[in-house]
Design a protein around this ligand. Structure first.
Ligand code: COA
Length: 162
């Protein structure tokens, strides 16, 4: 069975992430969307809230599993018997960091491959930070995030939007 892991912060999941997830799920028998518990990041949403948004958004995809992990992504892959890391590439600016991470992961565990999917052009500008900023100032979130995430952002900032 071909198992891939899409790791990230997902604070929160956006339509850009969703696009990558849907396409990766077509390519593998099983896709694990896993939240990395990064102690250096200060997320807006708690781990439980982020897991809840992933579960709700992805509940109709039969071959997708939602999870979270501590420590190195490559160790998580080993534990899950997975060989592939999925990452999305939005623009040239993503490349440097992604290149560094892919090479570090390969150095740590040579059998691990990172597969990059190019984000669809219409999502290439979306980031979780931008979405949070729009929500904070009550801007329109339509088309940027799944409806359930929009609701959760509205609750967090107590702003109405469009
Ligand atoms: N659509 C929309 N946004 C996207 C996106 C897409 N397709 N792809 C990335 N992004 C955005 C995210 O929203 C996020 O935006 P933000 O910075 O505004 O919040 C940003 O790109 C990066 O987020 P993410 O993809 O979640 O990556 P990350 O840098 O938070 O985490 C990990 C990357 C989890 C893969 C990495 O830190 C990791 O592997 N950690 C575990 C520890 C480890 O193994 N370290 C060694 C590896 S070097």
């Amino acid at each position: 069975m071909r198992i891939a892991v899409y790791p990230g912060s997902f604070d929160p999941i956006t339509n850009g992430h969703l696009d990558i997830i849907e396409r990766a799920a077509e390519l593998f028998d099983r896709l694990i969307v896993a939240i990395a518990k990064n102690p250096l990041k200060k997320p807006l949403f708690t781990l439980e809230e982020r897991l809840d948004m992933l579960r709700e958004t992805l509940k109709f995809y039969p071959n997708i599993e939602i999870d979270s992990f501590d420590g190195l992504t490559v160790n998580y892959l080993k534990a899950k018997n997975a060989q592939v890391i999925i990452r999305g590439l939005r623009a040239i600016s993503d490349f440097e960091n992604e290149f560094m991470m892919a090479l570090t992961n390969k150095k740590l565990v040579p059998r691990v491959e990172t597969i990059f999917l190019m984000t669809r052009a219409e999502y290439s500008f979306i980031s979780s930070s931008a979405v949070k900023e729009v929500a904070m100032y009550g801007g329109c979130l339509k088309g940027l995030v799944p409806e359930y995430v929009e609701l959760k952002l509205r609750e967090k900032f107590r702003k109405e939007g469009c």
